[in-house]
Design a protein around this ligand. Structure first.
Ligand code: SAM
Ligand code: SF4
Length: 456
């Protein structure tokens, strides 16, 4: 068990107790609480937002991938047909124009993220048309974060030309999947991406002036061992990416059938999986990275680290950010937005999406209008996810309620190994920081009613 006993105190028993299914809290209430919503509710929310002066964050979902990585839990459409993609882009443009028409003026955008799937599966012309439409319909603030998820396997064949185009189109941040550098692991998940490809993509993105470059890694993949992943982590420390997202493999085969193709006996045990995480985390911290929030690390000089240290970090579906834009518009299939106190999610299939867009409808089909209590708990969970602590006085100031009285029952649920209380705050212990979603779960009123991936 390596360094586990010193970290865990009582050891493997606690780990078993903590390795239970809990949400990742990219939203609160979480998706299982979403209910069917008619278009009129969505239009009401757009109008309520229209009455404010707040900036917007935009998320555009591009679901297409040419091959399926066996671990993938994202919303993906396997596709090799260019015309299918082209008609999706047409529909996206119509959704953007239709939504923007619901506002009485061009709204300010402080953050745009193209996520997937693989947004770089779009052609340069398609990307240019998308950006032209977004700029025509919205007003981007000067310091807007404009980011895109790229797949290294799609941006090197043209010697980086697509990356150059992205930069010219105004993108200033990129993020890409690496997962693991070990060819055996890559083979087991059917994602072949040489270390050279990863290093070249990073170098090209740096050369072009992208900032806050992020790489995604996953622990808990088949054939991974603590020793094998130490090699990956050390090799990546030569690269020194600006940011690292280090995700726990979310195993949800009841939703993602293709995950069943991963052989059960190839997966690391819970103890091994946790050890992989802890050891790699130490390598990142020793190399000077800061653990800024759940799963995320950033270099000392990165703006996310500064924001974390100054308590300004925010988090939404797109990850951590320094931009304060609570309101978010989701565009494209499956995307989730948050507008004036309500989550709104778009339909999940291409067929439904095209049908609604052709009828001139908003493609929103479900969501959740937050109650006052939801807002309080959302605030608390956000504090834990972005600051690893809850400032009780700030809660009282924001909601006019005593934190101790209001959450008396929830406080009894906090495991003393994971959370401590003093000086007016509830704080994650060093160990609790590794299990922050378990602490968040203590404040989740609906926990019993969802099925989630496990905490380790
Ligand atoms: C949309 S992909 C990133 C862009 C591009 N498609 C790629 O793979 O390079 C988002 C990231 O989610 C993470 N991810 C996907 N499925 C996951 C799962 N089941 N558990 C944990 N992380 C997962 C991966 O790290 C992946 O890089
Ligand atoms: S990890 Fe990325 S490339 Fe692989 S299937 Fe998922 S979205 Fe597509």
């Amino acid at each position: 068990m390596g360094i586990l006993p010193s970290l865990l105190g009582q050891g493997a028993e606690d780990l078993k107790k903590w390795d239970r299914p809990v949400p990742r809290y990219t939203s609160y209430p979480t998706a299982p609480q979403f209910i069917a919503l008619g278009e009129e509710v969505a239009r009401e929310r757009l109008q309520a937002f229209d009455a404010t002066e707040r900036p917007l964050s935009l998320y555009v979902h591009i679901p297409f991938c040419k091959t399926m990585c066996l671990f993938c839990g994202c919303s993906v459409v396997l596709n090799r047909r260019p015309e299918r993609q082209a008609s999706y882009v047409e529909a996206l443009l119509r959704e953007i124009e239709g939504t923007a028409k619901c506002f009485s003026k061009k709204r300010e955008v402080s953050q745009l993220h193209l996520g997937g799937g693989t947004p770089t599966s779009l052609t340069e012309e398609e990307l240019a048309r998308l950006m032209e439409t977004l700029h025509r319909c919205f007003s981007f603030s000067e310091k807007a974060e404009i980011s895109i998820e790229i797949d290294p396997r799609t941006v090197l064949a043209d010697k980086g030309k697509k990356l150059e185009t992205l930069r010219q189109l105004g993108f200033n941040r990129v993020s890409f999947g690496v997962q693991d550098l070990d060819p055996r692991v890559q083979e087991a998940v059917k994602r072949r991406q040489s270390a050279e490809m990863t290093f070249q993509t990073y170098a090209k993105a740096k050369e072009l002036g992208f900032v806050g470059i992020n790489i995604d890694l996953i622990y808990g993949l088949p054939l991974q061992t603590p020793a094998s992943f130490r090699e990956t982590a050390k090799a990546l420390m030569e690269l020194k990416p600006d940011r690292i997202a280090f995700f726990s493999y979310a195993k949800i085969p009841w939703i993602k059938e293709h995950q069943k193709a991963i052989r059960e006996e190839d997966l690391p045990s819970t103890e091994e999986k946790f050890q992989i995480y802890v050891e790699a985390r130490e390598i990142f911290l020793e190399a000077g990275y800061t653990a800024i929030g759940m799963d995320h690390f950033a270099r000392k000089e990165d703006e996310l680290t500064l924001a974390y240290q100054e308590g300004r970090l925010t988090r939404n579906f797109q990850g951590y950010s320094v931009q304060k834009a609570d309101d978010m518009l989701g565009i494209g299939i499956t995307s989730i937005g948050y507008l004036s106190g309500a989550y709104l999610q778009n339909v999940k299939t291409l067929e439904e999406y095209h049908e609604r867009i052709e009828k001139g409808m908003l493609p929103i089909f479900r969501g959740c209008v937050l109650s006052e209590e939801d807002h309080r708990r959302r605030w608390v969970i956000q504090e834990l996810m972005c600051r690893f602590r809850i400032d009780k006085e700030a809660f009282e100031k924001t909601f006019g309620l005593s934190f101790d009285l209001h959450f008396a029952k929830e406080k009894t649920l906090l495991d003393p190994l994971l959370a401590e209380e003093d000086c007016g705050e509830v704080r994650a212990t060093p160990l609790g920081r590794l299990f922050i979603r378990l602490l968040a779960a203590c404040f989740d009123q609906y926990l019993a009613s969802g099925t989630y991936s496990r905490a380790v």
